[in-house]
Design a protein around this ligand. Structure first.
Ligand code: ATP
Ligand code: MG
Length: 153
């Protein structure tokens, strides 16, 4: 079905705002244009919720999360950027594996199952999209997602 992605993201941010506020993390959405796309709304909501939730969870007090949405003729682009703890280089190849959690991070005390990114990645691939991560320990993480506007199953 055709889904308004701007609205979908606004709703996700609305739900995560109370969690972010507890750690005084600024959660910002920047929509560069109106985007509607043929996606599985439930799967995409789960996928994007986990990315943004991670950016809040693995952040620092008084930090920020910047979510941006853009599009061209073929794709829409979601970028989730945080100023959090970052992911060690050697862990980057494992983060999409089920139940994988970075050991050295305070992820132990943060709580989670390690399933989120596996779900995110499979939802993105199911839509013939792509996901990329860039991260520096102690500085932050960027997830870039690209999804076709018109997905034909
Ligand atoms: P779940 O999402 O199932 O509740 P989780 O958040 O631990 O649990 P994933 O979302 O799959 O699991 O993430 C896997 C691991 O990757 C996390 O435990 C964390 O160590 C690391 N990670 C994910 N996103 C970030 C991020 N934005 N910054 C730092 N580390 C991250
Ligand atoms: Mg998660």
């Amino acid at each position: 079905t055709n889904v308004n992605i701007n609205e979908l993201l606004e709703q996700i941010l609305k739900r995560l705002k109370p969690i972010a506020e507890k750690q005084n993390i600024e959660l910002v959405l920047e929509s560069f244009r109106p985007v509607s796309a043929d996606v599985d709304e439930v799967k995409i909501t789960l996928a994007f919720t986990n990315l943004i939730e991670n950016a809040v969870k693995y952040n620092r007090p008084d930090g920020w999360v910047h979510v941006s949405l853009n599009a061209d003729h073929q794709y829409f682009y979601l970028k989730v950027e945080d100023c959090g703890i970052g992911i060690p280089e050697e862990s980057l190849e494992h983060i999409y594996e089920r139940f994988y959690r970075v050991d050295k991070s305070h992820s132990r005390e943060i709580g989670g199952t390690g399933l989120g990114l596996a779900i995110t990645r499979s939802a993105v691939l199911m839509h013939r999209g792509a996901i990329k991560v860039f991260s520096t320990v102690g500085e932050g993480t960027i997830f870039n997602v690209r999804i076709p506007l018109n997905y034909i199953s």
